[in-house]
Design a protein around this ligand. Structure first.
Ligand SMILES: [Zn+2]
Length: 376
């Protein structure tokens, strides 16, 4: 019993001043055990059985006090594991739920962190990894180290688009046409329409001095998986990644544009991805009048694997007669493209020189940027 009291005292659940030590399980101890059981979701009976003891034992560990690794078949558990998981989640690594169990997912997240900070990615959290976590702990809140590098790179790179690399990803293609809607003798497919949008966007961006790469041609033989598209953008060292899709819904009344950026259910998002998504979404809504279906965080491969600000835009519903009528009109597609170009440009304007949504005249972009550069 003395040991239990010691543990409870160490956890600040039991005051050191609680009576003289005796082997008698007094009221204060029982209350402390009940409080602990409640906080851990255990059945609250005030008694220290095997399960409660394991939980008490696990609660003693403070992060850094021992080396954490993926033990098989009985994984390590403890408060230190939970702290590590919460820290990793905060920085945007995918550990699933912070469940205090050092499973394979936690081990993989640690390995990914190690890789990004230049340590050997063995998935074991020892002194070196702890040091890296502590060092970053002061600086990194709500963003992975790579995302901070992204934000810094964008801030420091100035407003010009000249020389930047933008990868445009027309969705689907090859054996996968995406959404298909028959229209009299015609047949509209998502794959064709987004490829047309991508080539228009390519033309407009190239005119601003941007290096543009499309992830596929108009009629590829096979459909490239999203992972390969993301890796292509990484290998090209792209500054921005834009994936273009058109949505579908069983209800023809569903319509509008939505933009997606990387993020998890825990509220972790890529700050630069979120900013780009917001700009793309607002410019499109302002310039085209498509219904605003807002921006959303998703942990899709395409957004997770890309190492630059990345968004996926669903520019309307092909299954909506209203949206479809607009999307099949090349002049409307030009407006969409103009909105995306304006968003990309605003991404690089310093916040204090940013302009109201829908106000950049894309044909005067270069003049605006030149003026900015002179002011710098
Ligand atoms: Zn699609």
């Amino acid at each position: 019993m003395t040991e239990i009291r010691t543990v409870l005292t160490g956890l600040d659940l039991l005051s050191k001043a609680t009576g003289p030590h005796s082997d008698e399980f007094d009221t204060a101890t029982e209350l402390a055990v009940r409080a602990f059981q409640q906080s851990r979701g255990l059945s609250v009976d005030g008694r220290v059985g095997a399960e409660t003891w394991r939980a008490l034992d696990a609660a003693r560990w403070r992060l850094g006090a021992r080396t954490l690794y993926h033990a098989v078949p009985v994984p390590l558990t403890g408060e230190d594991v939970r702290s590590l998981q919460e820290r990793l989640l905060e920085m945007g690594y995918d550990v699933g739920r912070a469940d205090a169990i050092y499973g394979i997912r936690t081990s993989r997240a640690v390995a990914q962190f190690q890789r990004e900070v230049g340590l050997a990615p063995d998935g074991t959290c020892g002194p070196h990894t702890m040091n890296a976590l502590r060092r970053l702990g002061r600086k990194v809140v709500g963003g992975r180290p790579q995302w901070l590098r992204e934000s810094d790179a964008i801030r420091q790179s100035g407003p010009t688009l000249v020389g930047r690399t933008v990868v445009i990803d027309p969705g689907h293609g090859g054996t996968d046409p995406g959404v298909v809607v028959p229209d009299g003798p015609l047949r509209w497919t998502e794959a064709d329409l987004v490829h047309d949008l991508a080539s228009r966007l390519e033309g407009r961006l190239a005119a601003s001095g941007v290096r543009v790469q499309l992830t596929r041609g108009p009629s590829p033989e096979t459909c490239l998986p999203d992972i390969d598209r993301a890796q292509l953008a990484n290998s090209l060292g792209a500054d921005v990644f834009i994936s273009l899709h058109i949505d579908r819904h069983a209800n023809p009344a569903a319509e509008g544009v939505a933009t997606y950026h990387y993020g998890t259910d825990n509220g972790v998002t890529s700050a630069t991805g979120e900013r780009l998504a917001g700009l793309v979404q607002r410019e499109i809504v302002a310039r085209t009048g498509l219904r605003d279906c807002r921006t959303h965080a998703k942990a899709w491969d395409l957004l997770r694997i890309t190492r630059m600000p990345a968004v996926r835009v669903e520019v309307g519903y092909l299954t909506s007669p209203t949206d479809r009528e607009r999307l099949v009109d090349p002049r409307f597609r030009d407006k969409l493209v103009e909105a995306i170009v304006a968003a990309v440009q605003r991404m690089y304007l310093p916040i204090e020189r940013d302009v109201p949504t829908g106000s950049i005249d894309v044909s005067e972009l270069r003049a605006a940027v030149a003026a900015c550069t002179v002011l710098d």
